[in-house]
Design a protein around this ligand. Sequence first.
Ligand code: ADE
Ligand code: ZN
Length: 326
Amino acid sequence: EERLARILDLPKVELHLHHEGAAPPAFIRGLAQEKSVDLTGVFDEHGAYAYRDFVHFLSVYEAATQVLQTPQDYYRLTKAVLEESAANGVIYSETFLSPDFCGGSDVGAWREYLHAIREAADEAEKTDGIVLRGIITCIRHFGPEKAKASALCAAETAGDWIVGFGIAGDENKGKPRDFSYAFDMAREAGLRLTAHAGEFGGARSVYDAVTDLGVERIGHGVRAIEDLRVVDMLAEKGIVLEVCPGSNVTLGVFPSFAAHPIERLRERGVTVTVSTDDPPFFHTTMKREYEHLARTFGWDEETLTEIARNSANAAFCDDTTRAAIL
Ligand code: ADE
Ligand code: ZN
């Protein structure tokens, strides 16, 4: 157990975290009360986020974002999120930020939201030493037109601490190539690319995201395991997986940690990293993810140090920032 304590205290690098999805329930409830927003159906009787399945989770997530109405709300959210991450030993975090939730893809409003988030991040960096970078994210079930508007916002604010572009949302809505235009725009603006795939879609969905969007990382990607040719392609191309085991088990993608393919993917040569996705929704934290991996697969300090190094190497930050977290 001394061994476990050492593992939990390791410095961690998180690459897959949804900004609103990391909001503590009490934080969202507090804002709801201040603003008299009715959040019936968002929480269960214990005050935890309540949802039946993945698609319902997405709708509860969106309902909770109704209380986030101003840049100042995102300033407060960012403070709460980074404080929790830092308490888990996270030294560098990339979070998904969506214009759809921050002013609705108006570029002027978007800049104000980013400014507020950056202000909170600067303070967290000073007090807790945690570094934040942003990945601008379109939402698949909002469709390709909204995705283009998000890509435009991303292109307008690329550089500095906005380092990537991605896509989240319902993987069973549309195809990756429907979003090629948005991804091309983001790439031309110098942003690095990632896409959610292989979570509620199979191996083909992972293959399509890599070939049609040209991403260098995949959010989840774990169902590539259903076709070893796709697993081998990920290994050969050096595509990095942002694996969120607790999220997958809670959403029923796999029945248990023991059944999770992270260890098999790693053994077959895929570069894997570990993140939490939406920690309070899935009752997880980075420490809990590390504990599950240590207990389930016997991952030791050396293995988890390698995982953090994988994350630092795959982070979308500049090399000076990378050197500080390697
Ligand atoms: N948005 C927030 N969490 C997500 C997930 N796990 N998959 C897809 N979209 C999301
Ligand atoms: Zn995600």
